[in-house]
Ligand binder design. Structure first.
Ligand code: FAD
Length: 474
């Protein structure tokens, strides 16, 4: 029976963390539960227990949401059942992939379609077909085993669909564009339950919308992604002392325009476990191995490095290595701004912020966007920005406890960087509490995106990354 509903007819309206179930709502939840268990059996439809807890516990431990019904989907038909039950009973709905949306949008529906059992990768030539719940490591490993590489983000446990539908910056962005630029097709369950194949020729409008518009148009049960004949890359870090920030970033800014597409150099601002701050550039070179040393020297020449750790690895190894450094059980707030360039003034804001951060666990990173992604026409996908930029992620992390100082720090850094920022920012990172960012993120693509939202999901069943509120541009 659904959460808070006892097996006997005597009903316990259980209040969970401020969520109380009203009589009318209870009726619809019970109806959806019956529809689902009739169609799928009881083992795939849960409202408590180990599988339920696994679904609702996501990367950000600060998110504690209690969906009413979790559908443990194993195939497209299960997803279809979940969508139809939520839609017909007028219940809110969300999709749980890798569970890395910091704002918890994967588990904020009354009905959650959990895709974590839909992990799988099949490779045919240079195209991978993956299940909707596949994580980045699954894809990278399967591709690496065939001497190929996929375009993912930098952490292995992030869901590929969640990442790619909203964007997908990573180590190969300069060479192959964003993850979304490597989508060649998808199978999507629409709000009315239809299962649609989409690509450049089939349902091309839907294909356009899902490349940047996130999971707002349907549940992606399969994605087809381009792979590249790159067996391994030179990958690693080159760190500089904090005091050299001024000169290092001056040199970095001058260097960006001269970098080959194969070299992505991502600046991050970190504290070592001893609390010592440093500037760490993550270097990824996917060109000729004979050029590795030359590329490393280019980055070393930005200043007087303290650490140089670069070697040849498969993308799967790169992602696994990064995964080992990620923290679990921590509370997070993520803020973002997109800067057109890293100027001395914006670097000074970031330096000050790191020196006065509210928690030793917090850090700031900047994904550079140049090269192949810049040359893709803005109107060819829904993603809202194609000019050169730096997507800054402000990651506020603290051990479970008082939130206010950390929220204030994150908001303060965001506000201090705003005067230097572009209007567009990264939809996978700004939260539901940033309607101003949602309004601007898609730029010239907002009107088409909203009109397609109206066409494919008129009752707004799907609420993934935030879309602009206004329909004035339709
Ligand atoms: C540790 C960490 C590292 C990250 N690294 C990067 C990075 O390198 N580059 C980058 O660009 N971003 C990065 N991100 C952001 C990340 O791409 C987004 O948070 C992404 O949405 C996560 O996807 P998910 O499936 O893991 O998360 P979920 O929380 O499961 O899903 C995120 C959103 O996508 C929807 N969704 C998921 N799967 C589907 C599907 N199959 N069909 C329809 N909707 C779906 C969900 O409903 C939800 O709204 C990172 C985030 C974290 C926490």
């Amino acid at each position: 029976m659904p959460r808070g509903i006892s097996a006997s007819a005597s009903i316990n309206f259980e209040a969970k963390k401020g969520h109380s179930i009203m009589q009318e709502e209870f009726g619809t939840i019970e109806k959806a539960f019956r529809i689902l268990t009739t169609r799928l059996g009881t083992s795939k439809v849960v409202s408590s227990g180990t599988d339920y807890e696994k679904t609702r516990n996501i990367w950000n431990a600060a998110v504690q949401l209690y969906p009413q019904i979790v559908v443990l989907c194993e195939n497209t038909s299960d997803v279809q059942a979940a969508v139809l039950a939520a839609a017909s009973c007028k219940l809110s709905f969300s999709v749980r992939g890798g569970g890395h949306d910091w704002a918890g949008r994967s588990v904020n529906g009354q009905v959650v379609a959990d895709l974590t059992r839909m992990r799988g990768v099949a490779i045919d030539g240079h195209v991978a077909t993956i299940g909707g719940g596949t994580i980045s490591t699954d894809l990278a490993e399967a591709a690496s085993a065939q001497g190929l590489t996929a375009v993912t983000g930098i952490i292995g446990s992030v869901g590929v669909a969640g990442l790619a539908l909203g964007g997908g910056y990573g180590h190969l962005t300069a060479k192959f564009g964003m993850a979304l630029d490597n989508i060649v097709g998808a199978e999507v369950v629409l709000a009315d339950g239809r299962v649609i194949q989409t690509d450049e020729t089939q349902e091309p409008d839907l294909f356009w919308a899902i490349r940047g518009g996130g999971g707002n148009f349907g549940v992606v049960t399969q994605l087809r992604l381009k792979l590249h004949p790159v067996a391994n890359i030179a990958d690693g870090i080159i760190a500089f002392p904090w005091e050299q920030a001024g000169e290092v970033f001056k040199a970095y800014s001058a260097m960006i325009a001269t970098l080959p597409d194969g070299l992505t150099v991502m600046p991050t601002f970190f504290a070592a476990p001893d609390g010592k701050l440093s500037i760490v550039f993550h270097l990824a070179w996917c060109g000729d191995q004979a050029q590795d040393e030359r590329m490393i020297e280019r980055v070393k020449s930005l200043g007087a490095p303290t650490t140089v750790q670069v070697s040849r690895k498969t993308l799967a190894e790169v992602l696994k290595e990064a995964e080992r450094r990620t923290m679990t059980g921590i509370h997070w707030i993520v803020r973002t701004v997109t800067l057109p360039e890293l100027t001395p003034a914006s670097i000074q804001v970031i330096r000050r912020a790191m020196e006065h951060r509210s928690s030793p666990l917090s850090w700031i990173a900047s994904h550079p966007f140049y090269g192949a992604g810049e040359r893709i026409p803005l109107r060819s996908t829904a993603f809202g920005i194609r000019t050169r930029h730096f997507m800054v992620g402000i990651y506020t992390a603290w051990q479970p406890g008082e939130e206010a100082p950390h929220r204030a720090w994150a908001d303060g850094v965001e506000a201090a960087l705003k005067p230097f920022a572009l209007t567009s920012s990264y939809p996978n990172y700004f939260g539901t509490d940033r309607p101003d960012q949602a309004a601007q993120a898609y730029g010239e693509n907002a009107g088409r995106l909203l009109s397609l939202k109206q066409r494919y999901d008129p009752n707004r069943l799907f609420n993934a990354i935030s879309l602009p509120e206004s329909s004035s541009k339709i």
